[in-house]
Design a protein around this ligand. Structure first.
Ligand code: FAD
Length: 386
């Protein structure tokens, strides 16, 4: 098979090129041969987290002093692209929620004690992270969340519920957003807490059956007089909304990388398919309209990739990236829909059959225009900054 590959940007360091090579090998040898079974069971073995952790890929963004690699945003992009090339979106999402969307809250604003307690085990893949923001009545409208945390002599008492939480069933370290000041308006009275698996007040109410991402677990959680120690508060009280929004920038960058990797792989599979598939006496590739369609989605995927790398560079330069990252999230997720559905169409009936990679990719991709900030919400973020 010919690999469809975008050129490596000139600025990508030797270290990151090596990371790409190693993650790609891991994906080919340790993920792809087994992931169909994980899709069927709805569970990714913990050994996958441990092995990736041991290779240093889960803590690349976290400080070296706590077991991480101390690397920049480009490391997350390379990891995201390569995991997405697996064609198993569920695996890529479970791993990147851990590496890039949850534990980062502790790395960024945890105390020395919190970092010491959680980061080495998270970087090693021994403990898995989840981030709990969405509630049954508050998804896009994060400021509308109702889960309450009240400080008592014993510690903080959390009551409420969270839904659609990735790694919510098999995770160990939950970053939970709760309202600590009911008087404060909207976004102001929210704080973040670390809740550990095994807390008797944390109940896993159900594991959802999903349209896609079937190997990743997605939970509804209840917090029923869930008592956590005083020092489970993460960062400053009342700053939780700001923390969530700032970590969203990395989450959305990684979604750009997932789109870039998944698009390249879907196009690669489809170019290969249409070159080999004969119809009307010649390969499908020989129909100009077929080639044009593939060239068109390749051009759009290249644009998503370029914006992904631009956003990563801006993040590493400390620039305000909300506008560009919101553009990336909206444009990337929508582009991926066009890419995977074009690829499915060009696979004909084969593309509709379970077990075909593009069929799974079409299902897995669907959530990306919704989760982590719906397209409409992202475009409003862009519009506010025009
Ligand atoms: C598989 C999966 C995994 C997830 N993982 C996590 C996780 O790990 N942690 C977590 O906290 N959450 C997670 N989520 C939740 C996800 O982030 C939310 O589903 C998302 O933010 C949208 O919220 P909602 O579902 O409540 O939709 P709503 O907010 O009810 O919005 C519904 C739809 O309305 C439209 N809409 C919303 N707001 C606007 C607006 N302002 N203008 C115009 N149109 C609008 C959009 O089309 C949107 O899709 C996950 C969701 C899924 C499906």
């Amino acid at each position: 098979m010919t690999e469809f590959e975008f050129q490596e940007p000139a600025f990508l360091s030797e270290d990151l090129r090596m990371v790409r090579e190693q993650v790609r090998r891991f994906v080919d040898e340790k993920i792809v041969p087994h992931a169909d079974a994980w899709e069927a069971s709805g569970e990714i073995p913990r050994s996958v987290f441990r092995e990736l952790g041991a290779l240093g890929f889960l803590g690349m963004r976290h400080p070296e002093a706590y077991g991480g690699g101390g690397m920049g945003a480009l490391a997350s992009v390379v990891l995201g692209e390569e995991l997405a090339r697996s064609t198993f979106g569920g695996v890529a999402s479970a791993l990147t929620v851990h590496s890039d969307m949850s534990i980062g809250h502790i790395a960024h604003r945890g105390t020395h004690e919190q970092k010491l307690k959680y980061l080495p085990a998270a970087c090693a893949g021994e403990k898995i992270g989840a981030v709990c923001v969405t509630e049954p009545h508050a998804g896009s409208d994060v400021a509308g969340l109702k889960t309450r945390a009240v400080q008592t002599r014993e510690g903080w008492v959390i009551n409420g519920s969270k839904t659609f939480i990735t790694n919510g069933v098999y995770g160990d370290i939950y970053i939970v957003a709760a309202r600590t000041d009911p008087e404060a308006k909207g976004s102001r009275g929210i704080s973040l807490f670390i809740v550990e698996k095994g807390n008797p007040g944390l109940k896993i109410a159900r594991k959802f059956e999903k349209h896609g991402w079937r190997s990743s677990d997605t939970a509804e959680l209840f917090f029923d007089d869930c008592i956590v120690p005083h020092d489970a508060l993460l960062g400053e009280e009342g700053r939780g909304f700001y923390y969530i929004m700032s970590t969203f920038q990395n989450e959305r960058l990684v979604i750009g990388a997932l789109v870039s990797g998944a698009s390249a792989k879907a196009i690669e599979l489809t170019v290969d398919y249409v070159r080999n598939r004969q119809a009307f006496g010649k390969p499908l590739w020989d129909q100009q309209v077929v080639r044009n369609k593939l060239a068109w989605i390749a051009a759009k995927a290249a644009a998503v990739r370029a914006l992904t790398y631009q956003c990563a560079l801006m993040i590493d330069e400390g620039k305000d990236t909300v506008r560009e990252v919101s553009m990336l999230k909206a444009f990337g997720a929508e582009t991926l829909q066009e890419v995977v559905h074009t690829c499915l169409q060009l696979h004909g009936g084969t593309g509709y059959i379970i077990g075909t990679a593009v069929e799974r990719m079409a299902r897995d991709s669907r959530v990306l225009t919704i989760g982590g900030g719906a397209t409409e919400v992202m475009l409003e973020e862009v519009a506010k900054r025009m």
